[in-house]
Design a protein around this ligand. Structure first.
Ligand code: NAD
Length: 490
């Protein structure tokens, strides 16, 4: 039976006043798996007011860090108990493989647990500014946090925002991407079972131009945290100027993955496949530009193409599948269009490039792992974020040229270097203008470390202590220990 997804406002599951529903599709089969409510502008404004009232009432914002931590642990436990269901929902709604979805679900539970733990470590400071003055630096919640998430990690991106925003004591309104609300709804079902006071956490589904835009513009939202494309991020920044709300942006990337002649070839090939084909390339930090030194270029390409050809593409719920479906027809068409552009630009299509229709995959949005070689920095497939299973392999001569090509982009999200010379690897990675980087690895990261980009890949950081800071104000309290007049005007 098709599931009906309602909105969660003030602790109640409610329908939208707009009778039109959004059909939620399984991209591996094109089946309609759910129908989601579609919030109106008025409902969004009303929900923001509820969040504001709840924040001002102090039911959550005034609770001690330890009390808040206890609720976060409850939610972490509930996520943990529901990992199988969360995995299944993510596979169905997003198209990713079970292995990928399960790892996201585990990280979601761990993220709540991590922020609960962080609340038990004081992060305020006190010092003597002078003989008579004691200064305290304290952290406080900001107010109402508007959280807008994309479709590529529907569960994880929601939790990366909900957990620190609640930990800090804010009231929240989450908007998942129109096409992938299923795991967000499940998270709110679990939040509903916890001791979080009603009205602190709210969920609205609907379009970016209505719900997202209203959140970004609202004078009653104090911080907007957005993960998505650079284009929409720019729009959010402009919309947020009315009340000068704090803006936190995690945006797109076109990340370089640099392989030197002295790299361990097997390791470099292996991680470089993982770097782009994990999540079917629909990952912001994907290593979509592989740069290989000229001495091993041909050998690297030969090995890489052979392995890319062997990746088994199929529905996420099939144990054999190593790479899943593309999330939607619209995005699928956009990736195929980039492949067409690459061919037209004169890049060499060394592998893939086609829709996969065989073996029962006819109805799904499946694309072959695609590799372009002999590309140049001016090509659109090298400059623009394709956000699919498409990688370019470019040749460089020396260290200096590798750094120059790596940084020749408006983005600055991620990057990697492969070399057995640790000094060189460190020298080069320090020159790569990006926020998330690796030496002899790709994609492996942890929730303790700040996540975010340089340049047009964003503003601010998720995760770690930095992630909590995105949802906090910092106040100085100066305490006069010897109160007496200072006679300034005498
Ligand atoms: P998107 O920008 O199209 O949409 C993201 C969210 O913004 C959705 O919920 C959407 O409904 C909403 N939105 C759309 N228009 C809006 C508007 N005018 N005002 C407010 N909200 C609006 O992105 P997407 O296609 O869902 O996701 C893919 C993009 O996300 C890629 O560019 C990817 O690199 C990026 N991403 C970045 C990170 C990161 O950590 N840096 C992580 C995941 C994804």
């Amino acid at each position: 039976m098709t599931k009906e997804l309602k909105q969660y406002i003030n602790g109640q599951w409610v329908e939208s006043s707009d009778p039109k529903k959004l059909n939620i599709i399984n991209p591996a089969t094109q089946e309609v798996i759910a129908r989601a409510a579609k919030a109106t502008k008025e409902e969004t404004e009303e929900t923001i007011k509820i969040a504001k009232r709840t924040f001002e009432s102090g039911v959550w914002s005034d609770r001690s860090p330890q009390e808040r931590a206890a609720v976060l642990v409850q939610i972490a436990d509930k996520l943990q108990e529901n990992i199988d269901e969360l995995t299944e929902l993510e596979v169905q709604n997003n198209g990713k493989t079970r292995r990928e979805a399960r790892s996201d679900a585990e990280e979601a539970a761990n993220t709540f647990r991590y922020y609960a733990g962080l609340l038990n470590i004081p992060n305020d400071q006190a010092y003597e500014a002078s003989e008579d003055m004691q200064t305290l630096i304290v952290k406080e919640p900001i107010g109402v946090a508007g959280l807008i998430v994309p479709w590529n990690f529907p569960l994880l991106m929601s939790v990366w925002k909900i957990a620190p925003a609640l930990a800090a004591g804010n009231s929240i309104l989450l908007k998942p991407a129109e096409i992938t609300p299923m795991t967000a709804v499940k998270v709110f079902e679990l939040i509903d079972e916890s001791d979080l006071p009603k009205g602190v956490a709210n969920l609205l589904m609907g379009s970016g131009s209505v719900v997202g835009q209203t959140i970004a513009e609202s004078d009653d939202v104090d911080v907007v945290s957005f993960t998505g494309s650079t284009g929409v991020g720019r729009h959010i920044m402009q919309a947020a100027t009315g009340n000068m709300k704090k803006v936190s942006l995690e945006l797109g990337g076109k990340s370089p993955n640099i392989i030197f002649d002295d790299a361990d070839l097997e390791t470099a090939v292996d991680y470089s496949l993982f770097g782009i084909f994990m999540g079917s390339g629909q990952v912001c930090s994907s290593g979509s530009r592989i740069l290989v030194q000229e001495g091993i270029y041909d050998e690297f390409v030969e090995k890489y193409v052979e392995k890319a050809k062997g990746i088994r593409v199929g529905p996420g719920n099939d144990k054999q599948s190593q790479m899943g479906a593309i999330v939607s027809e619209k995005h699928f068409e956009s990736i195929l269009e980039y492949i067409r552009i690459g061919k037209e630009e004169g890049a060499n299509l060394a592998q893939g490039g086609n829709r996969i229709k065989k073996d029962g995959l006819e109805k799904g949005f499946f694309i072959e792992p695609t590799v372009f070689t002999h590309v140049t920095s001016d090509m659109r497939i090298v400059r623009e974020e394709i956000f699919g299973p498409v990688v370019t392999i470019q040749k460089f001569k020396n260290e200096e040229e590798a750094i120059k090509i790596a940084n020749d982009t408006v983005f600055g999200l991620a990057g990697a270097v492969f070399s057995t010379d640790q000094n060189k690897a460190l020298r080069v990675i320090k020159k790569v203008r990006a926020g998330i980087t690796w030496v002899n690895a790709y994609h492996l990261t942890n929730i303790q470390a700040p996540w975010g980009g340089y340049k047009q890949s964003g503003i601010g950081r998720s995760l770690g202590t930095y992630g909590l800071g995105e949802y906090q104000e910092t106040k100085q309290i100066n305490i006069n220990l010897s109160p007496k007049p200072i006679h300034w005007f005498e």
